[in-house]
Design a binder for this molecule. Sequence first.
Ligand code: CTP
Ligand code: MG
Length: 554
Amino acid sequence: MNKTCSLRRLCNLHEHLMKQHRVIRYESNTSNDLNSFVLYDKFICERRSQSKCSVLVQVSSENSCSDLHSYCSKFGSIKNIFHYQLAGSNHFVLTEFEDQSSVNSLLDQSTHIKDSNVIAVRSPFLWFRSNASKKNSKLSIVDNKFNFPFQANQTMIEPNIKDIELNQLDSLSNQMLLLLKRTQLNDIGTRLRFLTAMQIENALKGIFPLSRVLPFGSSVNSFGKIGSDIDLVIMDSQTTENETSRLIYHGKCVSNGRTQTQRNIEILGDLLQLFLPGCSRVKRITQARVPIVKYSQDFVGVECDLAVSNETAVNMSELLYIFGNFDYRVRPLVFTVKMWAKEINLTNDTPGRWITNFSLTLLVLFYLQQEKIIPDIQTLVKQARNNDVRITNEGINCTFLRDASKLPRVVENKKTLDQLLLGFFEYFASFDFNTNAISLNFGKTINKPEYSALYIVNPLEVHFNVSKNISSEEVERFRIELRNAAWTIDSSLMNTNSFNLLDLFKGFDVNKKSQIVFEIQHQIKNSNRLVTVKDLFDDDSQPQEDTRLNKQLK
Ligand code: CTP
Ligand code: MG
């Protein structure tokens, strides 16, 4: 009797807590997020201009910052100075000038070291020679005496999840927001990514003056973390022919086939490996669907993937950027799901048979389409204006509404972040991956066009499956972890007033599972009917509607 009463009380407490959850107020701005929407092209253009006005200088310690500032001021007015340190105690200072001409004169005045083993290359990556005649200024960041715009509070090193004070916040929603705040790509990270792109662009400028090197993927799609890799692509600028000019450059005719792309990758690999400072561990991946050069930019401390043409991926980044900025709940939900998948080893840094961050992001977006928090892609396509039309060189139609603030909002979904997180796990835990393909274009499932363990229609190249790489074993593991996550959140809310996000990152606990299965079997034996969560806690309850635990039984 006592057991029954206390378990009933738990159920009441759960209901009470669930009601409480509905009235949580977030620190974040929950008003229409699109009011401050910045067009993707504008964002890219501003960041590129910033990188053209910037140089990255290696210094012996942060004490050199003041000295470097006064030295660089000779070349023009400095807008911003950022200091960061990489593992191995290398110190770097990113210096942004007001004007690009200052960078040009700084580079003109900079020198090369006299060493026959070092190839002289002009690039925005430099090092600051200590001044033997002058003692280093002992100013430190904590002295806070700099009279220039010094930014010292940004890091290039992703914090360990355990060092984020998640357990100091009671509400799961606020923990999700904190996770986003502490791990998302910061300003300096974005600046350095664009500078990394600019290094390649500058190196190619002499021979390919019309080429631009652009970051794409998580560096710019609003879902990037501090430690995310940099995806780069060399693009031809859209130029219009000057019909009045009678002098025309001779060009080289190439068959624009895959073999040509693979050869370009080989040559780029050589260029990076032999001549470009900071580029190390260069690998040419010529056999991939999109051939790339993989390398590490040591001054920035980030891995890079450079492709020679992948215009569709750039448009895909813009599409994701629009969704990421559509509603304040999109990014914290994507970040939490990606972190969950990383912590329980569903994802892996090396490519393979497992789910990728890109696929996971699309799954979250699809779920948010079901919740009517973001629109389906068809809606964006239908609303496209003339200046939104984009057809890639390969003929792929990437036309969709770019200015999402122009889209009228139809349904107001007020669900909180914790409800959405639980909702995501529940939705996909009972999803029929066997027969259904996921189409973000229509915002609903369609029949699988062909067999693949997980089928996510590529939103821009609809004949491709984004998650073709995933094996059925990995999908099964994914499904088990989804059920476990839903169970962990739900049962925790039953027992305590608070939920620590870290509990979610522990993953599937075999012992806990066996205990649940044992209890279910025990109940089934005694009652000979469908058992529910409530049944487990309440000896004399009546059969209930299907619950999560029933789903676990399936
Ligand atoms: N991409 C794509 N189709 C795929 C895989 C990737 O269009 N099957 C594009 C997407 O625009 C994706 C980008 O290539 O964002 C980069 O891929 P990847 O680095 O794998 O994913 P990210 O989104 O950058 O995520 P991460 O932070 O894990 O690098
Ligand atoms: Mg990436």
